[in-house]
Design a binder for this molecule. Sequence first.
Ligand code: F6P
Length: 341
Amino acid sequence: MRIGLITGGGDCPGLNAAIRAVVKHGHGTYGHSIIGFRNGWKGVIEGDVQPLTREHIRNVLPVGGTMLGTARMHPHRVDGGLDAVRATLEAERVDALVVIGGDGTLDAASKVAETGINVIGIPKTIDNDVVRTDTAIGFETAVQVATEAVDRIHTTAESHNRVMVVEVMGRSTGWIAVNAAIAGGAELVLAPEAPFDMDRVERFLRHRHRAHASFSIIVVAEGAVPAAGSSMDYTTELGQFGEIVSGAVSSAVAHEIAERTGFDTRVTVLGHVQRGGTPLPADRILGSRFGVAAVEALQAGRSDVMTALHGESVDLVPISEIAGQVKQVPEELLRVAGALA
Ligand code: F6P
């Protein structure tokens, strides 16, 4: 069998572990030939190929990012994109494509699968918003980075008696925000799942600063929004691929707090720091498990499925069920964050 491999969408730590596992297991165990396409779907459309043998994957396990490169481009949104994908795969004699990506990339994978091409998806996203899987490659490392940042901000917030607004990624969900807030002991978390009321935020801060402490840490997911009809005027602006203007919501929140309370307030936007650097063991292990599962799925003649973690086991779910869905932070986790504020 000849297997094509791509990484698409935003990068994250743990992608190389998945690539390595597909190559080691697919090539090493079963003798398949594996090729990579550079820069996600763009490379498939343009026929930008690189061979992937054991030699190419040496020492990549602890390295962040993706050795194949990535891009935010989806073939079904490009004129003639799906035809170009088919043409490249035929020219390269590719029997099946392993697509490592988040919701946008996997949505594209499902459209490609509809044209009769064999596709196996592997979920990755620091946002953890891909449905039908407990978690995705990159999430654990991002939570670790964000938690460490909250820990560090704690000491300076306390020294200066400040309100510190920390913005983390998460354009449609607050998985990183809620987890980092709980793990880092932040006072408040604002997540897209629970639109916030600035009057309540103000009351909370005034009460805390009067009765308990003179500093506060608020973790804000970049996609957090004020509740409809709330007293704060802010609308999220999205870019071409649904990306959010970094720092917009945290600046608006900090400005509002400073105006209303007079508290000394500062903003920290973690941005792409959350996506870079060495993957935690959890992401190396998840990437490795998903990579092996993708090869096993192909070996069993499966197609149009995504590898998924459910409790202790890795299994397969239909890739068509991923598109257009967002996995939100459950009520219970939001309640824990609220209870500990
Ligand atoms: O999709 C993951 C994500 O990290 C989002 O949380 C964020 O909005 C986006 O990527 C940023 O993407 P880019 O790298 O294109 O700026």
